[in-house]
Each structure stands twice: as structure tokens, then as C-alpha cells.
Design a protein around this ligand. Structure first.
Ligand SMILES: Cc1cc2nc3c(=O)[nH]c(=O)nc-3n(C[C@H](O)[C@H](O)[C@H](O)COP(=O)(O)OP(=O)(O)OC[C@H]3O[C@@H](n4cnc5c(N)ncnc54)[C@H](O)[C@@H]3O)c2cc1C
Length: 466
């Protein structure tokens, strides 16, 4: 059967659905091709279930400070891990149902179930059917990377976040391989639920932090809760019914591996190499991040498949841009938002603005505050970490920040919004700060930062003459 549409959207995940909303708004005919389960990675196996698990783990972990606060009986608290997993799935199922329900009408007869394969830039095959389209959006997402030898050798003792939330019972011991965002979030949550967790990474950075000072602080803070073996690749072998994991001089027997070694874009099944679209080394089409267009073709990319920023809000904007441009005669370039990435570990790790590695170290001033003496953080027993804010040394324009602190997720938003508006450290100091709040720690870091700026707008940075 042959179908003709204006726009074919490949992948009904978050990016694909955001693209779809624009294609519908612009009145184009469409088909959505989806080769897996509906409901999106975010709701099914990503952002949402992981945050439910983190919340349950955090609530149980809180018992450790209760005695100090004069609350008795915490030693009688215990965790029923199968119940925790039930709770995760219960909420998760609700999130998934909501996504499916919200999109049911517009997907209905427009969805094709199967893997899409390009025959030419304007011709796509799905099983026996062929689609002719004026434009297409590739929003096929990504999948966890697992070394083939581990997959072959250790079978279901290898877990990724694709399987984790389906487990009825959690294992007693786990080695988390890869301490990026996902490894840290899940590793800490499992450790807080009483599982013996060992975190391993071949590099000596965690959570994607490039700023060495912040990295050292994050390692110190998280390393209190479970061992972090850094700087050596993990080697794995079978020993009885366990797995032996060795990294450098360290070695441990575990029940399972949680593999969080990054995610690979889903491009292979699209057979893009056949249609002459220029591809990078990872097989991803070259694309313009402001238009999402691949070269001068009518093919657009959106979401994790770009390999750029595997984050929900970026997938949403990719999708919006790709959807608009796929529905238009010519492409419009859109400004991208200030980079913002958050790891929901405790303390939060948040990275905002220009990446540390792209800052000109001769031109940058840094304001820093350690969280140890921050009053509000002490009250919460969460006074670990550091705030590091970067600005242009000449005029104080905010450039970026790395936060390892409680409520880092909120501070990171304030900073991202400020950076995007082109504000300076002085602009931020003239804003109101309530007392006692964690924002005061940011205020202190900004005060230190202000002192290092060449051009001072006035003698007291916090107040402004009328
Ligand atoms: C554990 C975890 C936690 C996360 N936490 C956060 C978080 O807290 N905050 C945040 O911002 N981001 C988070 N993310 C990232 C976020 O979930 C992703 O960036 C986002 O879901 C990507 O959406 P997408 O539309 O690109 O991909 P997906 O939602 O995966 O959609 C891709 C779709 O394409 C389909 N498909 C694949 N190949 C084909 C083909 N050839 N033909 C047809 N269909 C195909 C797939 O089946 C799928 O339905 C997390 C991710 C994970 C894994």
C-alpha cells in the first residue's frame, strides 16, 4: 500500500509528539511511524519513574537525621523493596497513560506500527507499506549502550534503565557501571534503599562535571554513601552465581550490573546511509541545531537521536522546530535556550550556561561558596557541596555555573533564566533575597564573584542609586 502525506514523523516519543503538535497546528497531513511501545521514554523508563524511585529512596534515607532532630523510632523503619517498585510502576503507569490518552485522538488512524526505513529522502518503507512524504522528522530516540560481550555472557544479570523499573525485587548488590547522570541518580537511590552499590567509571569525573573543583566536591559528597571507583574501566567475569567486577586494584562480587554507560542514537534501522545524507561517525545525519534540518534535504532531526543533549526540554524544542520547518516551504532558524542540565542526586548536580571547557580561563571570574556553613542547609542536614558561578571578568556578564548543592535544581533555573537574559552578576545582586533560604548561598557566591569584576558599577553592588 502507498500513502501520501506532507510530513512523516518517525518516532512517537517526546520529540516526535512535539513535532506533531506543530504539524497539526500548521494544517499539514501526516503519519506517525513508531517502532516500539507508545508512551515515551521519559514517562516509561526515563525521567519520571527514575524520579519516583529517587523520591522513595530519599524519604527512607531521611530516617538517618531524625534522631538528631529529636524524633525517635527511626530505627524501626524498614523498606519493602518490592512495594517500592510497585509504587514506582503505579505512578509510572499513570504518567504513561496520560501521554497516550492526551495523544490518542491525533495519533488514532495516523499511526503506523513498525520500524521506518528510508528508500529515498521522500520515500519511507514500513513493513509492506510505502509512504511518500514532502518532509520527514526523525525522532527515533536512543537506547542504553551495553557491551555486546556482557550482554551475551551475563544475560539478565545485566540491567539497564529499560529493565530496572520492571523488576519485582531489587538485587542485594549492584555494580553501577558509568557514573554520568543516570548512573549517579539510580546508584544513589539504590544505595539509599539498602542495596550494596559500587559505582564505577573509567574516567575520574562524575555527573558530567568538567569543573575540577566542583567534581572533587561531588565525589566527596556522593562517595560518603557508596564507594566510587574512578579512573579504571570495569572488567567483568562470572564467579559462581555472582559477577566479579574488577576496576584497577578494586574488586567485588555482585548480583547484577546496572549498566549506565551512555545511550546510542537509534539510527541503524533507518538505513540513512543508502540515501546519501551526510552522516557523522556515529551515523547521525549532520544537522543545523537552529533549524534541525539535515543539509539541504527535507529531513529534520529531533530529540535524543541528535546525540546532542539527551534531555526532555531539548527534545521538546527540537521537536517544535523540526515540526514547524518540516511543515514550511523554507526553514526558519530558532534561538536555542541556555544550556541547563540537572542530576537529581543529593546534593543535586546542576550545570548551567557555557560549558566549563569552552570558557576562556583568562577572561573568566569565578565566585564560589562552600555549602558547609550555610544555615538553611545545616537545618536540613544537607550542608554539603559547593556553588561555582562564572562571569566575564571585564563586565560581570554571567556565563555559567556548576552547582553541587541542595536545591541545585531550583538555583540552576534562576541562573539559566538570568544568563539567557544577558544579566550581570550586579543585576542579580540587586534582586531581593529572602532569609533564611538556600538562595542566600548563591547570593554569597555572587558577592565574591562581583569583587573580581574589573568594571564596578558602584561602591556597593547590592544596591542601586535611583
Ligand atoms: C533513566 C533516564 C532518566 C532520565 N531523566 C531525565 C530527566 O530527569 N530530565 C530530562 O530532561 N531528561 C531525562 N532523561 C532523558 C529524556 O528521557 C530523553 O531526552 C527524552 O525522553 C528523549 O525523547 P525522544 O523523543 O528523543 O526519544 P523517545 O521518547 O525514546 O522516542 C523515540 C521513539 O522512536 C521509536 N523508534 C525508534 N526507532 C524507530 C524506527 N526506526 N522507526 C519508527 N520508530 C522508531 C521508539 O520506539 C520510541 O517510541 C532521562 C532518560 C533516562 C533513560
Amino acid at each position: 500500500m502507498v500513502k501520501e502525506v506532507d510530513v512523516a514523523i518517525i518516532g512517537a516519543g517526546s520529540a516526535g509528539l512535539y513535532a506533531l503538535s506543530q504539524v497539526i497546528r500548521l494544517g499539514k497531513s501526516y503519519v506517525v511511524i513508531n517502532g516500539g511501545k507508545l508512551g515515551t521514554t521519559c514517562a516509561r523508563v526515563g525521567c519520571m519513574p527514575s524520579k519516583v524511585l529517587i523520591q522513595a529512596a530519599e524519604d527512607f534515607y531521611r530516617r538517618k537525621v531524625l534522631e538528631r532532630e529529636g524524633i525517635e523510632g527511626a530505627e524501626h523503619l524498614s523498606v519493602d523493596r518490592p512495594e517500592v517498585m510497585e509504587f514506582v510502576r503505579e505512578l509510572r503507569d499513570g504518567f504513561v497513560e496520560r501521554v497516550i490518552g492526551n495523544n490518542q485522538k491525533r495519533l488514532a488512524e495516523h499511526t503506523m506500527d513498525g520500524l521506518a526505513e528510508y528508500i529515498s529522502p521522500g520515500k519511507i518503507r514500513v513493513g509492506d507499506e510505502t509512504i511518500h512524504c514532502k518532509a520527514s522528522v526523525i525522532a527515533t530516540g536512543s537506547r542504553p549502550i551495553v557491551p555486546a560481550a556482557w550482554q551475551r555472557g551475563f544475560g539478565d544479570r545485566i540491567i539497564t534503565t529499560d529493565e530496572l523499573f520492571e523488576l519485582e525485587e531489587l538485587p542485594d548488590s549492584v555494580a553501577v557501571i558509568g557514573l554520568g547522570v543516570i548512573g549517579l541518580e539510580i546508584g544513589q537511590a539504590l544505595a539509599r534503599l539498602g542495596i550494596e552499590v559500587t559505582g564505577i567509571d573509567m574516567v575520574d569525573r562524575i555527573g558530567g562535571i568538567e569543573d575540577l573543583v566542583a567534581n572533587t566536591t561531588a565525589i566527596e559528597a556522593l562517595g560518603r554513601e557508596f564507594p566510587l571507583w574512578l579512573g579504571h574501566p570495569a572488567e567483568v567475569s562470572e564467579e559462581g552465581d555472582k559477577l566479579r567486577v574488577t576496576a584497577g586494584d578494586n574488586s567485588i562480587l555482585v548480583d547484577h550490573l546496572l549498566v549506565s554507560m551512555g545511550r546510542a542514537p537509534n539510527v541503524e534501522s533507518l538505513k540513512l546511509e543508502k540515501i546519501g545524507v551526510p552522516l557523522n561517525d556515529a551515523g547521525i545525519p549532520h544537522h543545523d541545531p537552529n533549524t534541525m534540518q539535515c543539509g539541504d534535504t527535507r529531513i529534520f532531526l529531533a530529540g535524543d537521536v541528535t546525540g546532542a543533549h539527551p534531555l526532555l526540554h531539548e527534545a521538546a524544542d527540537d521537536g517544535r522546530i523540526a515540526g514547524i520547518n518540516a511543515s514550511s516551504e523554507s526553514s526558519t532558524a530558532y534561538r536555542r535556550k541556555t544550556p541547563l542540565a540537572i542530576t537529581f542526586c543529593d546534593p543535586n548536580i546542576a550545570i548551567v550556561g557555557t560549558p566549563w571547557s569552552e570558557l576562556d580561563q583568562d577572561q573568566v571570574a569565578i565566585g564560589e561558596v562552600k555549602m558547609a556553613p550555610v544555615g538553611r542547609a545545616q537545618m536540613m542536614s544537607k550542608n554539603r557541596g559547593i556553588i561555582r558561578v562564572y562571569a566575564d571578568k571585564a563586565d560581570g556578564k554571567l556565563l555559567g555555573a556548576t552547582l553541587v548543592c541542595v536545591k541545585g535544581e531550583n538555583l540552576a533555573h534562576l541562573l539559566a533564566w538570568s544568563i539567557q537574559q544577558g544579566l550581570t552578576v550586579f543585576d542579580l545582586l540587586r534582586m531581593p533575597y529572602y532569609h533564611p533560604v538556600i538562595e542566600e548561598a548563591l547570593q554569597a557566591a555572587l558577592r565574591f564573584l562581583a569583587q573580581k569584576i574589573d568594571h564596578q558599577p558602584g561602591p556597593v553592588p547590592d544596591i542601586e542609586e535611583l
